[in-house]
Design a protein around this ligand. Structure first.
Ligand code: FES
Length: 74
């Protein structure tokens, strides 16, 4: 219900990433991760989405939010 209210108000969580898609979905094969620890964006502000580029720091400072990446271990 709250999700529907947010969508109706036009205040969705994603401000700009791949808005032409009906639903943004990414698949990662764990065996193909190149680094031992890979950060994935959960704030929807990364310039390298779906990977985290640290943009959550600026977002958190500007809004008082506390979001951070999902860390996937190889
Ligand atoms: Fe989005 Fe880091 S840039 S979680």
């Amino acid at each position: 219900r709250a999700e529907a209210d947010t969508a109706a108000a036009g205040t969705g969580i994603n401000p700009a990433i791949r808005k032409e898609e009906a639903k943004v979905v990414d698949t990662v094969l764990a065996g193909e991760l190149s680094k031992p620890l890979t950060p994935y964006c959960r704030c929807w502000r990364s310039g390298t989405f779906p990977l985290c580029d640290g943009s959550h720091v600026k977002h958190n400072k500007a809004t008082g939010d506390n979001v951070g990446p999902l860390l996937v271990k190889k």
